[in-house]
Design a protein around this ligand. Structure first.
Ligand code: SF4
Length: 704
């Protein structure tokens, strides 16, 4: 008989970061409920969060011990952890000796805890001597990172969820929070219910569930966001609905923004966006007349070949109206993953450095290198997510270590990712379960501890840092990721990895932030356990955290002003449709599934919402192809194809089709893997893939 216990933790799915109370009964059975005391969700949980106990308790598909194969023709065999570390270190050393440090790389996840993220960056950048450490967060928010840096000087989300209830106008662009950030959406919905005068504008080529609370849905043509935001900017400037005092005293580069906005007339912009000029005027007047305006966005803007331009055009609207640094106002990028923000804090991408330091700055690199006591850090960005797999395919990179992510399903042009992994000399996969299709490509498979099985911290979309306790033991021989990393580093012979637990890693990370704009040197596990969550910065042990940045209107730029930026690209640069591939494929999430379904796919209750993949298409497009609701269609791009049932409606624009990104081979076949079709194009600055736009053809499936 076990002692009953209750623990406070954080949901392991989306970037909203809801608080959860986990109870363990006398038989060891887990139950979960929303944490009523947690300021994010106040007791609420969405369907995914409510079912987390089933995922945590179900160990049927877990990886239980390290496994290895001597060559691709050999089967995997069970090995000890000692042998696993010896093998990994021997192969990495031999490849690095022969081909240099840039021949290896690590590909990690926005679901990693901050300590894991920190350590893998220290290991790669500070000791192996390469910046080839990137993350699946590259796929969801790297365009927003670039936008914030250009506008505010650093990657800094200015506001909090608490600002939602203080705002009277929301522009929700390229996001479907009703399904993808449900508890955040519930807060907006409730605010609107209680304050009907609050205006909500939704920008999306699809009529999603989020549109249910919209005063105005701008159903633009895919890829025309910059044109729309510029048109709104033009109207604001022409109608003198801008904050001249704020612009004069706290911004630079207004003329560049104005010049960009005035490139097109409102009429031309409306025509290109495929919406009415009156709708643009109405949206602009809502924003121009708002007392407190929030813009919110996610993948519809970020996952684009012009993702940085879309971010900059949107951010300009907050500066034009002076809607930043005050209650209920500011640009608010929503993160998809639970710890994408924590990853950003530790410099968890190939182009970033720890604690928001600049990889291109020699002084910053020297500071970090000295702190770590390792090698000199290169100023050259490493391979980004997609570049890493290109490098594996071409042979420039020989070995990859993949942690907590399933690139075979989640990266664009999935068939190419398969080729890249087959071509790699050595693939290490460190994950919790065999449900990740990527495990099939591993030469060395390492069992990791999952949610509730290890301790650490995460940061949600509003910069809120929370502690996650260890509640249960991991199954088999699984180890916390942070321990796997420090043991490997020691086996490589590196000094500075002599940790005994995750709190020591966290303390080191906090110390490295000291004196920076994200200073959390006032935090420790003890504070987080005893006092609850904090929003960074938290620069001393008495500091209570910072819910809102820039209240003094001094920004993180060198001149302390916020910077307007003319978007580099006005027009979309995606793969174009033509006679052979006449439709635009858009990909995204559904409410009850998460990423590649390695966890949500095994919860029966979550399959009742949408049990299988579908292709959403407009009735007109379906009619032209003799397709009815439920028919099986073949969707084909220049890179691959899938067969999938169609869902026909008028909610999606003509000549646009939508396919959920979740399904791969797991618990299914490869019926509907969206990334068989998606394109290799990325934004040239942020390197974020163009998941929302590629050219496809759709035809009725005919049995051979
Ligand atoms: Fe978890 Fe996000 Fe749902 Fe909250 S909204 S319960 S963080 S999936």
């Amino acid at each position: 008989m076990l002692k009953k216990s209750t623990h406070k933790t954080i949901c392991s799915y989306c970037g909203v970061g809801c608080g959860i109370e986990v109870s363990v009964d006398s038989k060891g059975t887990l139950s979960v409920k929303g944490d009523e005391s947690y300021p994010v969700n106040m007791g609420m949980l969405c369907s995914k969060g409510k079912n987390l106990n089933y995922v945590a308790q179900d160990t049927t598909d877990r990886i239980l011990y390290p496994q290895m194969r001597w060559s691709r023709n050999h089967p995997m065999q069970r090995i000890s952890w000692d042998t696993a570390f010896e093998r990994a270190a021997a192969v990495f050393k031999s490849i690095i000796d022969k081909h240099g440090p840039n021949s290896v790389g690590f590909y990690v996840s926005g679901q990693c805890l901050t300590e894991e993220y920190y350590l893998v960056n220290k290991l790669t950048k500070g000791f192996i001597g390469t910046n080839n450490i990137d993350t699946n967060s590259r796929l969801c928010m790297s365009s927003a990172v670039v936008g914030y840096k250009k506008m505010l000087g650093e990657d800094s989300v200015p506001i909090s969820y608490a600002d939602i209830e203080l705002s009277d106008c929301f522009l929700i662009a390229g996001a479907n929070p009703a399904w993808c950030h449900p508890i955040l959406f519930r807060r907006i919905e409730k605010h609107k219910e209680e304050n009907p005068q609050v205006k909500i504008i939704v920008v999306d080529p699809r009529k999603t569930q989020t549109c249910a609370i919209a005063d105005l849905h701008l159903q633009i043509l895919p890829g025309t966001d910059v044109i729309l935001f510029n048109a709104i900017a033009r109207w604001l400037i022409e109608k003198k609905k801008i904050d001249k005092k704020f612009i004069k005293n706290h911004t630079v580069n207004f003329e560049a923004c104005k010049e960009s906005a005035f490139q097109l007339s409102l009429r031309k912009a409306a025509e290109l966006c495929g919406i009415s000029i009156d709708d643009i005027r109405t949206a602009a007047s809502y924003i121009g007349n708002a007392k407190a305006f929030i813009s919110m966005w996610t993948m519809g803007l970020n996952q684009s070949v012009i993702g940085v331009s879309k971010n900059l055009a949107l951010l300009n609207l907050s500066l034009l109206t002076g809607q930043i640094g005050k209650p209920g106002a500011g640009p608010f990028s929503l993160t998809g993953q639970p710890n994408a923000m924590g990853g950003r804090e530790v410099g968890g991408m190939a182009s970033l450095l720890a604690a928001h330091r600049d990889l291109g700055n020699p002084r910053h690199r020297a500071e970090v290198a000295e702190f770590w006591g390792g090698k000199e850090i290169s100023g050259e960005a490493g391979y980004s997510a997609t570049e890493m797999f290109d490098a594996l395919e071409s042979g420039k990179m020989k070995a990859i270590w993949i942690i907590c992510t399933n690139p075979i399903v989640s990266l664009p042009n999935a068939n190419k990712i398969e080729r890249a992994l087959k071509n790699a000399s050595f693939v290490v996969v460190q994950d919790i379960s065999h449900n990740s299709e990527t495990t099939e490509f591993a030469d060395l498979l390492l069992p990791a501890a999952g949610w509730l099985e290890k301790e650490g911290t995460m940061t949600n979309s509003e910069r809120r840092i929370s502690y996650l306790p260890k509640v249960i033991d991991p199954p088999g021989e699984a180890l916390p990721d942070v321990e796997i990393l420090w043991k490997f580093a020691k086996k490589m012979g590196y000094e500075g990895f002599d940790y005994s637990d995750a709190s020591e890693v966290y303390d080191e990370h906090c110390l490295l932030t000291k004196g920076t704009n994200i200073d959390i040197s006032g935090l420790s596990y003890d504070r987080l356990k005893n006092e609850g969550s904090f929003q960074w910065p938290v620069p001393d042990p008495k500091h209570k955290g910072t819910p809102r940045l820039f209240t003094d209107l001094h920004f993180f730029t060198n001149d302390e002003k916020s910077h307007f930026n003319a978007p580099p690209k006005l027009y979309n640069q995606s793969e174009q449709t033509d006679v052979d591939f006449p439709l635009i494929l858009n990909t995204g999430r559904v409410r009850d599934q998460w990423h590649t379904r390695t966890k949500t796919g095994k919860v029966k209750r979550l399959l009742t919402h949408i049990p299988e993949p579908f292709l959403e298409m407009n009735k007109v497009d379906a009619y032209l192809r003799n397709l009815k609701d439920g028919d099986v269609a073949v969707v084909k791009s220049r890179r691959g194809d899938v067969q999938v049932k169609v869902k026909v409606n008028y909610d999606i624009r003509e000549r646009v089709v939508f396919l959920p990104m979740h399904w791969g081979k797991m618990l299914n076949n490869d019926f509907g893997r969206a990334n068989n079709m998606t394109s290799d194009l990325v934004d040239p600055i942020s390197k974020e893939p163009d998941f929302k736009y590629c050219a496809v053809q759709v035809s009725k499936y005919v049995k051979a």
